[in-house]
Design a protein. Structure first.
Length: 556
């Protein structure tokens, strides 16, 4: 393969003298321009711990590229902090940013005609966005995750940002003082790195290793671990090897690889956001993946990783236990993964998994003969409230059925006010609508509300459903991604205060106890709300975005 299979078009020949002159203006030499040009997409931003350290890692990636015979060229894209914007208007920007990040990576690579690409990612949406861009471009490339934050320590116990969100509810309920909440806030996030449990960032990091777009064992190295620099350097070498071998993302992103990734989410109790993002990546890859496929894979996959939000350990503990390769080996041994799929190292899933080195005596990843739960954590529900499906994460601690009166709120803020002012009672079903991809717009995460419910002591007696999303830190009987969403006239739009909602996880049912004719009559009377934004990026997104059941991708 011609290693400069794309970049010759911008660097070679008489007619490209002006291009070379401009490259030379910033220090590139004739020798540099004769080598393959490798894009390094850096999602560094100075607003959050998740991506704050990526400049350092990107520099190491570039060193690896140069050492392997390529010329790296770094560029930036945006990122939005889910944790910092949670519960605010700013959270509407999070899912929208996934599309913009993917678009911007694609645009720079098409414009600059890079031969290969390394994407250095951190917070939640940067990870799937990088995969989406790679699938669109289909040039040799890989994803490097910046790594998890270390656990904080509060009163001798490991804590994460989840504990702070739940502390807000506990404080509102009078169970935690203002001083205690501030003390917790001060220690929960001890440095750079993405949120520490098996929340969305670490879930999608796991996905990237198991789907094959990240070298297995690399992403799980924590953010501030000294090994991370070496991992980044090796990614620079690996991308040149990918280029030499002519391996492109669509060689990796086959149907079996997506099922391997779903199994990884199920067996680690990962975030429900993985459903949304894997559907989106599949569509960019031309793979037919449906929301119900997650149920099928989850049913045959045991829950093995004892990770927060429901478990005892944080993501850094997985690395100490031997890393994602140990999870891959468990899945392979259980025949829950296809070992023949290709990874960016050029080795198969099975070759990488069989090289796993499990730490003796580790308690983070359960053995196959003693799973935490016989089936995985993802459950897809259907019924007259969710014809296109809704998504729940069941760790094994939640009750599996609930029947109660609907408490209907038209926004997250209204629901949060009701929870913290003690207007939600045991047995209630909190319904938050008009927060879907189109209606939000942006499908906000509901961690502030779900954590407040838990903090108020209602986690075992209240259910919640929404056409919005949940953070990976959400726990309890919470159902998100309800589709069609209210803004599209989905049945959730017809719910009224006091309607009886029935949830049955075993039967995978989500229903309102109304006759079909009564529900149809209500929907016939429904009128869409005026859009929240009449212009700008949110208006564009609302006009173009698809249903959550299709990954909430944007379409022309």
């Amino acid at each position: 393969m011609d290693l400069k299979h794309r970049s010759r078009g911008i660097t070679d020949g008489r007619d490209r003298a002006p291009s070379r002159a401009m490259f030379k203006a910033i220090g590139f030499t004739d020798g540099d321009l004769q080598k393959p040009l490798i894009g390094v997409a850096n999602t560094w931003i100075e607003t959050m711990p998740c991506n704050f350290h990526l400049r350092r890692l990107s520099a190491k990636v570039k060193e690896g590229v140069r050492a392997a015979g390529g010329t790296p060229m770094e560029f930036n894209t945006i990122a939005i902090s889910d944790g910092e914007t949670m519960g605010t208007e700013g959270m509407r920007a999070s899912l929208v940013s996934r599309e913009i990040i993917a678009d911007s990576i694609e645009l720079v690579c098409r414009g600059q005609m890079f031969d290969a690409l390394v994407c250095v990612v951190g917070c939640d949406k940067t990870i799937p966005a990088a995969a989406m861009a790679l699938a669109r471009l289909n040039i040799p490339g890989l994803v490097l995750y910046g790594g998890t934050i270390a656990a904080g320590s509060y009163r001798g116990k490991d804590v994460t940002i989840q504990d702070v969100f739940e502390g807000v509810g506990a404080n509102a309920a009078g169970k935690m003082t203002d001083t205690e909440l501030r003390d917790l806030e001060n220690v929960a996030c001890p440095g750079a790195g993405a949120c520490g449990g098996q929340y969305t960032a670490n879930t999608m990091s796991t996905v990237m290793e198991l789907i094959g777009l990240s070298p297995m064992g690399f992403n799980g190295v924590p953010a501030m671990d000294s090994r991370k620099d070496e991992v980044a350097f090796r990614c620079g070498e690996i991308v040149i090897n990918l280029l030499k071998q002519g391996i492109v993302p669509k060689d990796i992103l086959v149907r079996a690889a997506f099922e391997n990734a779903i199994a990884g989410v199920a067996c680690t109790g990962g975030s429900t956001n993985a459903v949304l993002h894997l559907l989106a990546i599949a569509r960019e890859s031309g793979i037919a993946l449906a929301i119900d496929d997650f149920q099928k894979v989850s049913e045959r996959t045991p829950l093995l990783a004892d990770l927060k939000p429901a478990g005892r350990f944080v993501a850094a503990d997985v690395d100490k236990a031997g890393g994602i390769p140990v999870i891959a080996k468990r899945l392979l041994d259980a025949k829950c993964a296809d070992g023949s799929t290709l990874t960016v190292t050029g080795k198969t899933f099975a070759e990488e998994a069989n090289a796993a080195r499990e730490t003796a005596g580790q308690q983070v990843i359960a053995p196959l003969d003693r799973p935490l739960k016989k089936t995985g954590g993802l459950v897809i529900l259907h019924g007259n409230l969710a014809p296109e499906g809704g998504v729940a994460k069941i760790s094994g601690h939640e009750r599996l059925s609930h029947r109660g009166p609907a408490r209907v709120f038209e926004s997250e803020e209204d629901a949060m006010t009701a929870v913290t002012s003690k207007k939600i009672k045991p047995g209630d079903v909190v319904v938050i609508r008009n927060e879907g991809p189109k209606g939000g717009p942006g499908m906000r995460e509901m961690l502030s509300v779900t954590a407040a419910i838990v903090g108020e002591g209602l986690g075992d007696s209240v259910a919640l459903l929404t056409d919005g999303r949940f953070s990976g830190a959400t726990r309890g009987l919470m159902i998100g991604h309800v589709a069609p969403e209210a803004a599209r006239g989905g049945p959730i739009a017809a719910l009224r205060e006091g309607d009886t909602v029935h949830i049955d996880v075993n039967q995978r049912k989500l229903e309102v106890e109304l006759s079909d004719s009564a529900l149809r009559q209500r929907l016939a009377e429904w009128k869409p709300k005026p859009p929240r934004y009449a212009s700008g990026v949110f208006a564009k997104y609302a006009a173009l975005v698809s249903s959550a059941s299709e990954g909430a991708i944007t379409r022309a």
